[in-house]
Design a protein around this ligand. Structure first.
Ligand code: PRX
Length: 632
């Protein structure tokens, strides 16, 4: 897609929450706070950082050497000290920190802050006994279980850099990510459960570590503790054996604010996925601040973010942000419609969830199955609703607002990215909400919609969404490939370009339309066309492949593939099934094409680049635009 479009702005329709929402919120008046930030940006962030505990204070808030920012210089802290010790050693010690629910009702575990602190310390000591130390990379490939959270926190406790890989990824995707970071240890489980089926994770890890020589040990969590799992003694170690006898205390490693905290891979438009690097200080401050203010979180809230901790949303708002705020968090290994489309509503009723943060895809799926499902449950505990990952279209907004929020709960549609680490745009609690528009930059963020020259575009005219000033939780680099980091800041001079198309209204509210590049957002997950194409081409029958995103009412987009077969290969349904299976095993189920067309040729530029936009225009019956570079 390009930014040459305009949107007819109809008369603005706003929902205005009750005044008490604003008057009683942590932030209070949005405009006032935003102006205070603009008047003294460093002073603003300095005040936020002071709400946390540091082992050594910073000497300067920020140093900006375009395009590199350093935050809280010389400050020393540990995010887990702020997530755990700060609460476990005072009046929140017996407060519930984490509630976990498995796929079935009888699978439940609850940790108070004191218990979570101890579990993290024990596992951190276990990791140390394997020789893991500050700066070592640890790959976490696990189902949504408390130990996934414990593993992340244990790494952060000792200064090891975690790289969590979503448990739905396949062998190649995992292998690429393990090799990318040279991980020393991989933490996994024997199986993960999905829709009642056990999927063997450990087998996938075993395949993925072949030709990954950096891996010294694999820690295996047994899901069913009664069932023994065969381990290769020289390499594999049982999670429970590892923590057995370890001390429940482990001092938090004092980390420099600029030390890396974690790496999280995100799809790139070309080639390999990018390992986004986040730093200890700025990430802690950014996620603490946004969780507090965007969700207006309180001590008695029951907070549920439905994202898997394997994605950035799970990192920032499933774990770190809420724990930094001393919240009670629910995590669930629950598919929205398994065993019934009432599963999630049942969880909200049962646990008394007050803040519910989810994705538009899920909301649209619930819309489709009908309001009789949520209406069977008592959802009156809900106070605030959140959305993330893709545009929340007005119909989905209305449904979420009326059917789930019963016209009482403000909706925070939050725009941000793996790269930004924290929320960037939203409609702060108490501000009028405009369906279809995420809202405005949160105080602390300077964003705009501009043309390729970096000039702001008038309301209604399409442009690129950019961030104009550094922010604490911005990515620091792309692991091992700083060139790719600089690209974010070079597309439009002076700005961080998010590669999202957007449009502003007269009030400065921003509507995010979709990606401006070759990323496809399927059900809220970013998938690179290049990744899917290379998975297809790695199949023996395929000579060439091109994939495009096709708009879909439920998932936002689906993947359509165009495939040229090698000579002698027979197109047909059987081969389509083979290809789909192949992509599932290589990349994982999220990257599977919904449609495959066998074709004789692909539109290419004279220099041989596939012109996906021509394929897309053809598919949608639209004008392909400028095709002067198309080869004969
Ligand atoms: O295209 C935007 C879309 O998701 C992209 C970022 O994806 P990822 O790094 O995987 O992080 C997803 C969770 C933060 C963005 O470039 N996106 C994210 N949130 C929204 C959105 N699009 C529209 N509205 C949103 N609220």
């Amino acid at each position: 897609m390009t930014e040459n479009f305009s949107v007819k702005l109809e008369e603005a329709k706003y929902y205005t929450p009750e005044v008490r929402c604003r008057e009683q919120s942590w932030m209070g008046n949005y405009n006032k706070t935003y102006q205070a930030f603009l008047a003294d940006p460093d002073g603003f962030w300095d005040n936020v950082a002071r709400e946390l505990e540091w082992f050594q204070p910073w000497s300067r808030v920020k140093e900006w050497d375009y395009p590199y920012a350093r935050w809280f210089l010389n400050g020393k802290l540990n995010i887990t000290h702020n997530c755990l010790d700060r609460h476990a050693h005072n009046q929140r010690r017996n407060k519930v920190a984490l509630m976990w629910r498995g796929e079935t009702e009888d699978e439940e575990r609850i940790y108070t802050y004191r218990q979570l602190f101890q579990a993290v310390c024990r596992f951190a000591n276990g990791l140390k006994s394997l020789g893991v130390g500050k700066g070592d990379r640890v790959c976490i490939y696990m189902p949504v279980v408390p130990e996934q959270v414990i593993a992340m926190l244990a790494c952060a406790r000792i200064g090891a850099v975690h790289s969590v890989v979503f448990g739905g990824f396949g062998v190649n995707a995992l292998n690429q990510r393990i090799r990318g970071t040279n991980a020393k240890v991989v933490i996994t489980a024997d199986v993960t459960y999905r829709r009642g089926r056990a999927i063997p994770l450990k087998n996938i890890v075993e395949e993925a570590v072949v030709n990954a020589p950096s891996v010294e040990r694999i820690v295996v969590l047994r899901r069913d503790t009664d069932k023994p799992v065969e381990l290769h003694p020289e390499m594999e170690v049982d999670y429970y054996d590892l923590v057995d006898g370890e001390s429940r205390e482990c001092p938090a490693e004092p980390m420099d604010a600029e030390d890396p905290l974690f790496i999280l891979y995100t799809s790139g438009t070309t080639g390999a996925p990018k390992g986004i690097v986040h730093a200890c200080g700025g990430y802690t401050v950014g996620t603490y601040y946004t969780t507090k203010h965007v969700f207006d979180i309180r001590d008695d809230d029951i907070y549920w973010c439905t994202a898997d901790p394997g994605w950035i949303t799970g990192h920032s708002y499933g774990i770190y942000g809420p724990l930094l705020n001393g919240a009670t968090c629910l995590i669930a290994e629950a598919t929205p419609d398994y065993p019934t489309p009432g599963t999630w509503w049942d969880l909200i009723e049962e646990y008394g969830v007050t803040i519910f943060y989810t994705a538009p895809t899920a909301i649209r799926m619930f819309m489709r199955v009908g309001e009789e499902w949520p209406n069977r449950y008592n959802l009156s505990s809900l106070r605030i609703l959140g959305s993330v990952g893709e545009p929340l279209n007005p119909e989905a907004f209305e449904w979420f607002y009326h059917t789930i929020g019963k016209d009482r709960c403000p909706i925070v549609d939050t725009w941000w990215q793996t790269e930004t680490g924290m929320h960037m745009l939203t409609t702060m609690i108490g501000e009028p909400m405009r369906p279809g528009f995420v809202g405005r930059p949160i105080p602390g963020v300077v964003a705009d919609v501009v043309n390729r020259q970096g000039k702001p575009v008038p309301p209604g005219t399409g442009g690129l969404l950019v961030i104009k000033e550094p922010w604490p939780s911005m990515m620091r680099t792309v692991w091992g490939d700083d060139e790719r980091y600089r690209k974010y800041w070079e597309t439009i001079p002076g700005c961080y370009t998010a590669a999202d198309l957007a449009v502003k209204d007269e009030d400065g509210y921003i509507m995010v339309i979709g990606r401006a590049d070759d990323l496809i957002v399927v059900a809220g997950h970013n998938i690179g066309t290049a990744e899917v194409e290379s998975a297809l081409v790695s199949h023996d029958a395929v000579a060439e492949a091109a994939v495009i995103g096709k708009p879909d009412p439920l998932k936002g987009n689906t993947i359509k593939a165009f495939v040229i077969l090698r000579d002698g290969q027979q197109p047909g349904e059987k081969l389509k099934k083979d290809l789909i299976y192949h992509v599932r095993m290589t990349l994982g189920p999220i990257a599977i094409p919904s449609e495959i067309d066998f074709v004789q040729s692909l539109p290419k530029t004279r220099s041989g680049k596939i012109m996906r936009r021509v394929l897309k225009a053809q598919e949608m019956g639209m004008d392909p635009g400028d095709i002067s570079t198309l080869e004969e």
